[in-house]
Ligand binder design. Structure first.
Ligand SMILES: *[C@@H]1O[C@H](CO)[C@@H](O)[C@H](O)[C@H]1NC(C)=O
Ligand SMILES: *[C@@H]1O[C@H](CO)[C@@H](O)[C@H](O)[C@H]1NC(C)=O
Ligand SMILES: *[C@@H]1O[C@H](CO)[C@@H](O)[C@H](O)[C@H]1NC(C)=O
Ligand SMILES: *[C@@H]1O[C@H](CO)[C@@H](O)[C@H](O)[C@H]1NC(C)=O
Ligand SMILES: *[C@@H]1O[C@H](CO)[C@@H](O)[C@H](O)[C@H]1NC(C)=O
Ligand SMILES: *[C@@H]1O[C@H](CO)[C@@H](O)[C@H](O)[C@H]1NC(C)=O
Ligand SMILES: *[C@@H]1O[C@H](CO)[C@@H](O)[C@H](O)[C@H]1NC(C)=O
Ligand SMILES: *[C@@H]1O[C@H](CO)[C@@H](O)[C@H](O)[C@H]1NC(C)=O
Ligand SMILES: *[C@@H]1O[C@H](CO)[C@@H](O)[C@H](O)[C@H]1NC(C)=O
Ligand SMILES: *[C@@H]1O[C@H](CO)[C@@H](O)[C@H](O)[C@H]1NC(C)=O
Ligand SMILES: *[C@@H]1O[C@H](CO)[C@@H](O)[C@H](O)[C@H]1NC(C)=O
Ligand SMILES: *[C@@H]1O[C@H](CO)[C@@H](O)[C@H](O)[C@H]1NC(C)=O
Length: 389
């Protein structure tokens, strides 16, 4: 009954957006046959929002990976959420990643980052209006687990439909929170950082660094953890009387205008900090290290904490670099912004190991059909009801 209902509702989609009826009904059949009946029952609600309709129309083209929450996961949602079509559209779009990641002979980075379809501007503020990313890894026992959730979310089964790899997961995924939430979340041991970021201001500006990080589009923060800040306490205390130097030091922990996820970091990549200093990376058997200005170095103890507007990597030390080069900083930012503005279609993992980007879609965003019109759905619904009767 549930199945029949969702079949009928989703069958009305093609008339609304000139869509592939065979494909979408086949998809619902596959979800239902795989026991994903809750997902199959909420999927038709995508048809109630323009961005949901765009998702339905884009799915039949290209290769996609669908992280499909099982029935127990959907059962844990409140009725307020399941009755909220914006929430459902945002949520489902965060579960669809562009690309097929199942090629066993290809080597994926330890943390794989894929571009999802979530680009609701109230939840995502990445450079170039790019869609939000999702991160996952392969655990030692071979299980794939989604990272950055309240717990690791394991993939419990996989299936396939046409151009869609379907990975069954045990939870409904939550899109990344804002920077402030990350810095105040006790689990990350970063709670000492935001009070310091609130003391420093941008040069010639009353905006605090914390406000600047929160409002940036595309930001990478190398965040010293509590132990690191405590070890550097006397240096930092000294610097509070020299806000310019403190601001330079903190800015050298930030890349402005680019979300640099760990697969984009290697000994051959160079970035310029928001303070205008060169940031360089080395990796050895004990981990990956970042250095600012060629001197002060710290180890990345946890990578890829995803944020609404970028990414945070946790450091075990403070980069004690108080140099600044405003013109290098602003030209790096201008360059990052113009690179981000170039439209790309991400069709695999971000990073050097296989991510291919081509085409004309803006960071995974989907163009709205110009001839888009709502209204024909009802007629087709009745004609289908006729056929089914
Ligand atoms: C519609 O989807 C079916 C099944 O996926 C496929 O065989 C067919 O080629 C598609 N038709 C169009 C017009 O894209
Ligand atoms: C995994 O999915 C397949 C295909 O949907 C299904 O036949 C099988 O029963 C599932 N296995 C488990 C353990 O759920
Ligand atoms: C989908 O992936 C296959 C290989 O798995 C590739 O040959 C094909 O070009 C891809 N299609 C698109 C539209 O990217
Ligand atoms: C519906 O969900 C959206 C996105 O999650 C949220 O911003 C909005 O407040 C929700 N609306 C209601 C009435 O709960
Ligand atoms: C994904 O790629 C693998 C091989 O790399 C292929 O076997 C599989 O059929 C592809 N999945 C889809 C949904 O196209
Ligand atoms: C899988 O990856 C390997 C190594 O990158 C590549 O040579 C091969 O063509 C890929 N296979 C498919 C089906 O994409
Ligand atoms: C791979 O990533 C996982 C999850 O972040 C992490 O626990 C593990 O230490 C990483 N392994 C290596 C070799 O970097
Ligand atoms: C692999 O390890 C994870 C985390 O410990 C666990 O949740 C999962 O069930 C394990 N998978 C298998 C197949 O043992
Ligand atoms: C960050 O998110 C939290 C939790 O959703 C919210 O209370 C807070 O107002 C947000 N802060 C900013 C600066 O957006
Ligand atoms: C946070 O710090 C405590 C005490 O130093 C340590 O036990 C814990 O592993 C740290 N957690 C993270 C996520 O670094
Ligand atoms: C202060 O910095 C903010 C954030 O970068 C910027 O939007 C604002 O224009 C700046 N104000 C002045 C007076 O420079
Ligand atoms: C703090 O500042 C004083 C005076 O400038 C200097 O002598 C001292 O070495 C500084 N201490 C640290 C830890 O930087």
């Amino acid at each position: 009954m549930l199945f029949l209902l969702s079949f009928i509702i989703l069958a009305s989609v093609p008339a609304v957006i000139g869509q592939n009826l065979t494909y979408l009904t086949g998809l619902l059949q596959t979800l239902n046959a795989s026991g994903l009946t809750q997902l199959a029952s909420v999927a038709p609600s995508l048809n109630n929002t323009p961005s949901g309709q765009r998702i339905l129309s884009t799915l039949p083209q290209g290769n996609w990976t669908l992280f499909a929450p099982n029935n127990a996961a959907f059962g844990a949602l409140s009725s307020t959420d399941t009755g909220n079509t914006t929430f459902l559209t945002d949520t489902i779009s965060y579960h669809i990643v562009s690309g097929n990641f199942t090629n066993e002979t290809a080597s994926y980075p330890n943390v794989t980052i894929g571009r999802t379809l979530l680009n609701d501007s109230s939840l995502v503020m990445l450079e170039g209006n790019k869609s939000q990313v999702l991160s996952w890894t392969k655990l030692g026992n071979g299980t794939t687990a989604v990272l950055n959730q309240n717990m690791n979310v394991s993939v419990t089964n996989t299936t396939q439909y046409e151009n869609l790899e379907i990975l069954v997961i045990e939870a409904v995924l939550i899109p990344p929170p804002n920077i402030t939430s990350i810095l105040t979340n006790g689990a990350y041991n970063l709670t000492s950082l935001s009070p310091i970021l609130s003391q420093a201001t941008l040069p010639g500006n009353t905006t605090t660094l914390l406000q600047a990080l929160s409002s940036a589009r595309g930001i990478t923060v190398f965040a010293p953890n509590n132990a690191a800040l405590s070890a550097a306490q006397s240096t930092l205390t000294n610097l509070t009387s020299n806000i310019t130097a403190l601001s330079a030091l903190l800015s050298n922990h930030v890349i402005n205008g680019t979300s640099v996820y760990s697969p984009l970091i290697s000994s051959s990549t160079n970035y310029t900090s928001a303070g205008g200093e060169p940031l360089m990376f080395t990796t050895n058997s004990s981990g990956t290290y970042v250095s600012s200005g060629g001197s002060s170095t710290a180890r990345i103890v946890r990578s890829d904490i995803l944020a609404e507007n970028g990414v945070v990597h946790v450091l075990d030390g403070v980069l004690a670099d108080v140099q600044s080069n405003p013109s290098a900083a602003s030209s790096a930012y201008a360059s990052a912004t113009s690179i981000a503005a170039v439209s790309t279609t991400q069709t695999g993992p971000l990073g050097p190991t296989g991510g291919s980007a081509s085409g004309s879609r803006s960071g995974g965003a989907i163009e709205l059909e110009p001839s888009f019109q709502v209204g024909g759905g009802i007629a087709i619904l009745f004609s289908l009801l006729g056929q089914l009767a």
